[in-house]
Write a protein that binds this ligand. Sequence first.
Ligand code: 6GU
Length: 249
Amino acid sequence: MRIDIVSIFPDYFAPLDISLLGKARRRGLIEVHVHDLRQWTHDRHRTVDDTPYGGGPGMVMKPDPWGEALDAIAPGGQSADAAPRLIVPTPSGRPFTQAMAVELAAEPWLIFACGRYEGIDSRVVEEARTRMRVDEVSIGDYVLAGGEVAVLVIVEAVGRLVPGVLGNADSVADDSFAPGSMENLLEGPVYTKPPVWRGRAVPEVLLSGHHAAIARWRRDQALRRTAANRPDLIAALDPARLDERDRQV
Ligand code: 6GU
C-alpha cells in the first residue's frame, strides 16, 4: 500500500517510523510519503490560509496550494483499480469505524489531506471528487486543532490490517469491533502469568484448557463489558445472532 500525507506540519508524522508501522515500512509492506503543503505555495510568506468569505472567526485554507498538491501527487492516468482514494479528516466527516479501516486496508493507494484552522476551501474536495474517490472522515465527536492526529489514528488502524503487517499470532478476528463474531462487541479482560498476583487469581476457566468453555467465557465477558461501557452497541446487536447463553448474560 502507498500512503501520501499532505500537511503544513510534516513533523507530526515522525511516529510512523517506529513500532509496528515503522517495521512494515522497512519491510516494504507500506510506503509512506509525507509532503509539506507549503512547497505548493509561490509567495514570499508561503501563505496557505485566508479569511473566510461570509465573515466569521478563524482562517480557511486556500484552494490553490491544495489543488497543486493533489495534481502533483496524483496526476491521473492510473487504471481504476490502482487509482488513489483521498481521505480528508474533518470533524464534519462520516464517522471512522473498524469497518472503514478494513475497507481502506484493501486499497492500493491512500492520500490524506490534513486541514488546519477552520478547514479547507470546499471547492478542493468538490473538484477532487471529479477525479477520485473522496471521503471526509471524523474520528469522533470532539474537535482537534487539525487533521494530523486524526490521520495518525486512521493510518495506524488501517496499517495493522494490511496483509503481512501483523504476525499470524496477532489475529485481528478477536479485536473489538472486528467483523464477524466480535461485530459490535468490546473485547473482555485479558491475563498473563503469574496465576495469582497480589492475592488476585486468574479466572480458573482460562487455565482449564477447555477451549469451548474459554470461548464461551470470553463472549460472556465481551457482552458484559459492552453493556457497561457501550449500551448503544448492545441495543444495535442483531437479535438473530444471539444464542441462549448470550441472553442470560
Ligand atoms: Cl478527522 N479532524 C479534526 N480536525 N478534528 C476532529 C476529527 C478530525 N475527528 C474528530 N475531531
